[in-house]
Design a protein around this ligand. Structure first.
Ligand SMILES: [Zn+2]
Length: 161
């Protein structure tokens, strides 16, 4: 009998290696919202929420350049406890947990997504920064396709691992 030490925590399947387990998870539990260790995630203190909101907004704001436009994917990292991440994002439609990778994801798309982030962080204009010359820098959440002229919704992805 072949040893299959890699167990799926969401069903009763077991695999000989991690790659097979990850493949299984992608195929059968792609949109998983079950956190097998959920009982150990304590409800964060209100002050932790406030601290994280402030930290996130400050980090975004300080990364918004004030005099040149940059394009492409931007990545920022902010320290956040696991339970805080879970309680902030767990009710969002796109919240998922990848069990074998111990990774949480939550994606926000387009204007609706940007507004939802504003609600979560209690900062409706989080993507706008006024600079000292009276101008504004904006984290664009929509972009026009240069060929088709269609508007493409941009994504903001929150990831915890
Ligand atoms: Zn499974």
């Amino acid at each position: 009998m072949v040893a299959k030490p890699f167990h799926c925590l969401l069903c009763d399947k077991s695999y000989a290696n991690k790659t097979s387990l990850v493949t299984h998870e992608r195929k059968f539990h792609n949109q998983n919202v079950i956190i097998p260790h959920q009982h150990i995630l304590s409800i964060p203190l209100y002050s932790s929420y406030c601290h994280f909101h402030g930290l996130f907004i400050d980090t975004i704001q300080s990364r918004l350049g004030s005099h040149r436009s940059t394009e492409g994917k931007k990545k920022i990292q902010v320290h956040c406890e696991e339970n805080l991440f879970y309680f902030i994002f767990r009710e969002q439609e796109t919240f998922t947990f990848q069990v074998s990778g111990y990774k949480y994801n939550c994606v926000f798309k387009g204007q609706a997504g940007a507004e939802r982030i504003g609600k979560i962080f209690q900062c409706p204009n989080w993507w706008i920064k006024a600079n000292k010359f009276g101008g504004e820098t904006i984290v664009y959440y929509q972009q026009q396709d240069p060929i088709t002229k269609n508007l493409i919704d941009k994504e903001v992805c929150f990831c915890w691992k």
